[in-house]
Design a protein around this ligand. Structure first.
Ligand code: P6P
Length: 337
């Protein structure tokens, strides 16, 4: 049996593809690789030790922080601060950005934004969860502290992005702007091995992912699109199938492999939707576009949106290009307000 290329070998081999090929990004991705192995270990035994459930602490979003949320945040932060390439991070689990003000890191050339454990409320019921990360080169002077503008860069400026999905197997999927590549973790040798090189989303699909429990609050365009998905029309492979895991990374990963569309729209009560632009939508959108998919707020590419604050939310539509074209048609035709 051949042993596939490891993530480390792949990064070195592709180093030349990367405009800032200084080896720093390779070291940064290696830090993320290490942290994901540690988090994976804890998730896999979560039911056996007292690390599941709510911590009793709320994050800035007003959401119950799960014990594993806080654990994962600590592990990724410690792995990144240990390497020196990163001068600061922003995280769903941190109220503000964090400056790595030590002699090893303060002059680092990169900042990392992350959702350390997305979908963590699913852990107690053994449903797949994920880590999402987004990497930028800093724009503030390297001889001073990291600044908010380092984190509020438009999504197209990302130099790398990816996710770890802790599912039936654990995978790390990332892009540095040269395609999307997936690596499956082999716990018997403790290594991520290349399993999905140059991932490309099918142009269309039969799966739509949305929390239909919110149907009555959806914009008219989304309601019209859902009815379109559910109509009987053999010529266009309808009705489609509804699949919603409630974990963005898992729903996106399935749609990336099989084709499909994921929608978390705005509602009257949540005019900007639920998902965060900086550490959920931007990294997933970078991966999506690199894999031939689209990612918008229903009207505009996510990667073109100018961020205004760390934890801002945006409506999120992403998936197979032909399905996205159809939902955009309905969103434009039935635009409200
Ligand atoms: P709802 C998890 O909290 C998350 O941010 C995404 O991973 C997921 O797709 C969505 O929210 C689920 O939200 O409101 O449908 O439970």
């Amino acid at each position: 049996m051949s042993i596939n290329k490891t993530l480390g070998e792949f990064i070195i081999e592709k180093q030349a593809d990367f405009p800032h090929a200084t080896g720093e990004l390779s070291a940064l991705l290696s830090a993320i690789k290490l942290a994901s192995k540690i988090v994976n270990r804890e998730i896999n035994k979560a039911g056996l030790v007292d690390i599941t459930g709510a911590s009793g602490v709320e994050n800035i979003q007003g959401e119950q922080q799960q014990k594993l949320d806080m654990y994962a945040n600590k592990i990724f932060k410690n792995a990144l601060i240990a390497r020196g390439e990163v001068c600061g991070i922003a995280s769903e689990e941190e109220d503000d950005y964090v400056f790595f003000d030590n002699k090893n890191s303060r002059n680092g050339n990169y900042v990392v934004l992350m959702d350390p454990l997305d979908g963590s409320s699913n852990i107690d019921v053994n449903v797949s969860v994920g880590t999402i990360f987004s990497i930028y080169r800093r724009i503030s002077p390297t001889d001073g502290p990291v600044a908010i503008e380092d984190f509020l860069q438009v999504g197209r400026k990302q130099v790398a992005a990816g996710y770890v999905i802790y599912g039936s197997s654990t995978m790390l999927v990332f892009t540095t702007g040269n395609g999307v590549h997936g690596f499956t973790y082999d716990p018997s040798i403790g290594v991520f091995c290349l399993s999905h090189e140059s991932l490309t989303i099918p142009k269309t699909g039969k799966i739509y992912s949305i929390n239909e429990g919110n149907y009555v609050k959806f914009p008219l365009g989304v309601k019209k699109y859902l009815k379109y998905c559910q109509e009987d029309d053999e010529s266009t492979n309808r009705p489609y199938t509804s699949r919603y895991i409630g974990s963005l990374v898992a729903d996106f990963h399935r749609n990336l492999l099989k084709g499909g569309i994921y929608i978390y729209p705005q509602t009257a009560q949540a005019p900007f939707g639920k998902l965060r632009l900086l550490y959920e939508c931007n990294p997933i959108a970078f991966l999506a576009e690199q894999a031939g998919a689209l990612a918008t707020d229903g009207y505009h590419p996510i990667l073109d949106l100018k961020p205004i604050e760390l934890h801002q939310r945006v409506p999120f539509f992403t998936g197979s290009p032909e399905m996205m074209d159809t939902v955009h048609h309905f969103m434009a035709k039935f635009k409200e307000g």
